[in-house]
Write a protein that binds this ligand. Structure first.
Ligand code: ADP
Ligand code: GLC
Length: 483
């Protein structure tokens, strides 16, 4: 089984969020299942720097109206084969993969990611310049969502397609006038094609054309078939329900392992949990929090965007602080949310610490040093930090949605006694409901024996990629044999 895994980001080379983590870990797990999976990723500056001196040119891609591109072959640090789509005018720029240095989307993101989709289609088609031809093209999110449309237009002998939705809120919309610049004929602009309320939607085209659709948790697969989490695509998704499956992400258990994490001051296991206290001390120092014993530190590591629900926390911040807790926030994103957290930091010096920016090392310290981890998401396709947190013995306070509901067991007296409760869930997206969950968590923290049980229950869970990789492997088999 040969699979081309097309993605805009893959850790450790490029990462803006969970898709980077997934693309950095799932392909290696698939290779362990015996699948010849290879990555395709744009030649962003960090990727070109990595590839320099350890890659070879394997093809020139002349795909008008796009600028000429070069395909480089190399391997990821963990050995997974990687094709780099080098097209300097489109990808070799400062700033992020999607954002300009000063913030705001690159104005030509449609062209940039149409080229990624177009290249993925070419490599999966009988006209590919490569000898290696995949049986399945696995696309991820809107950035590769046009590939099934290009394959449909190309016709002929081509790979089967799987499209994974990591986040339906981002759909890749552009005005229809752009179509000629994407090298697409007008007739794809139809209701059962890329047309979406007067726009071209990269993602919708993919959802129409892909042979199979997956998303990153079973819960989210159900939620997106209805309002409001279908973001306008619920009708299409429920129409395609037979081809839609939710597969819970795993985590890279070599990178996220408290017993073996080079990025934290003190390593620990379930049977050496008191050592975790040293990480809390380091965390407090880093965030300038008072060394107040007995008060739990609540950690946050997140993109600061409406999806993540921090307005719920800001809506009950005074009451939450009155419960007796400290807050350590690492995040970046909306300026208004950053500013609101900063205001709480000034109001509660020594009890609230905020660090903005993207900091991989610090994210490990928060996971290891915090007593509780907070994810009040309004929606969460999967979420990875709740799995990291459980593995680090850091119980999670989370809203019961999507992948959070699928991966955390609410700690009730029964589940704690049974040794299965791992976190504190709330249902309603209100500050009151969040506050009630925080109150339960702070109370549980004060009960040492119950607390250790909750920590150990989380640490004992298997969040490795093995199960998901087997499910994807079976899906590839079924899509190839059904075709
Ligand atoms: P999403 O993809 O929606 O942002 P996930 O929970 O799937 O959410 O994944 C987020 C990933 O990005 C995690 O690995 C998390 O640790 C990381 N992350 C988010 N914000 C930051 C930050 N400011 N600094 C470091 N890592 C971050
Ligand atoms: C998206 C989602 C997140 C998920 C990640 C990886 O960014 O917001 O919930 O974990 O993709 O699939």
């Amino acid at each position: 089984m040969k699979v081309l895994f097309a993605t805009p980001e893959a850790a450790p080379l490029v990462k803006t969020g969970g898709l980077g983590d997934v693309s950095g870990a799932l392909p290696a797990a698939l290779r362990r299942e015996g699948i010849d999976v290879r990555l395709l990723m744009p030649g962003f500056p960090s990727v070109l720097a990595y590839a320099a001196g350890r890659s070879e040119v394997v093809a020139e891609l002349d795909l008008p109206p796009f600028p000429r591109a070069t395909l480089l072959a190399t391997t990821m640090p963990d050995g997974v084969p990687l094709y780099v789509l080098a097209c300097d005018p489109l990808f070799d720029r400062p700033g992020g993969p999607y954002l300009q240095p000063a913030g705001g989307d690159w104005p030509d993101n449609d062209i940039r990611f149409a080229l990624l989709s177009r290249a993925a289609a070419t490599l999966s088609h009988e006209t590919s310049p490569l000898e290696w031809r995949p049986d399945v093209l696995h696309c991820n999110d809107w950035q590769t969502g046009l590939a099934p449309t290009y394959l449909d237009v190309l016709g002929g002998v081509r790979a089967r397609t799987v499209l994974t939705i990591h986040n339906l809120a981002y759909q890749g919309l552009c005005p229809p006038e752009v179509l000629p610049r994407l090298g697409l004929p007008w007739d794809v602009y139809r209701m059962d094609g890329v047309e979406y309320h007067g726009h071209v939607s990269f993602l919708k085209g993919g959802l129409q054309m892909a042979d199979r659709i997956t998303t990153v948790s079973p819960g989210y697969a159900r939620e997106i078939q209805h309002e409001p989490l279908g973001f306008g695509l619920q009708g299409l998704l429920s129409w395609r329900a037979r081809d839609l499956v939710g597969i819970l992400n795993g985590i890279d258990t070599t990178i996220w392992d408290p017993a073996n994490d080079p990025l934290i001051p003190r390593r620990y296991r379930a049977d050496t949990l008191p050592r975790k206290d040293d990480n809390r001390a380091a965390l407090r120092e880093y965030f300038a929090l008072d060394a107040t014993p007995k008060v739990p530190v609540v950690g946050i590591v997140s993109r600061l965007v409406p999806q993540k629900g921090f307005d719920l926390l800001l809506g009950c911040a005074d009451e939450a602080m009155a419960l007796g807790m400290q807050l350590a926030v690492l995040g970046s994103g909306d300026v208004a949310t950053e500013t609101a957290f900063r205001a709480r930091e000034s109001r509660y010096p020594g009890s609230v610490g905020v660090r903005t920016g993207f900091d991989e090392r610090l994210s490990h310290l928060v996971e290891a040093g915090a007593d509780l981890f907070l994810m009040p998401s309004r929606f969460e396709p999967c979420g990875l930090n709740q799995m990291y947190s459980q593995r680090y013995g850091t119980p999670v306070v989370a809203r019961a949605t999507g992948g959070l509901a699928d991966s955390i067991v609410d700690a009730t007296p029964e589940t704690v006694a049974a040794g299965t409760g791992t976190g504190f869930m709330f249902a309603d997206a209100t500050p009151e409901a969040l506050l009630a969950a925080l109150e339960r968590a702070v109370a549980a923290f004060a009960d040492r024996r119950a607390w250790r049980r909750i920590q150990r229950a989380g640490m004992a869970r298997d969040f490795s990629w093995d199960a998901a990789a087997r499910t994807y492997a079976a899906l590839y088999d079924s899509v190839v044999t059904s075709g």
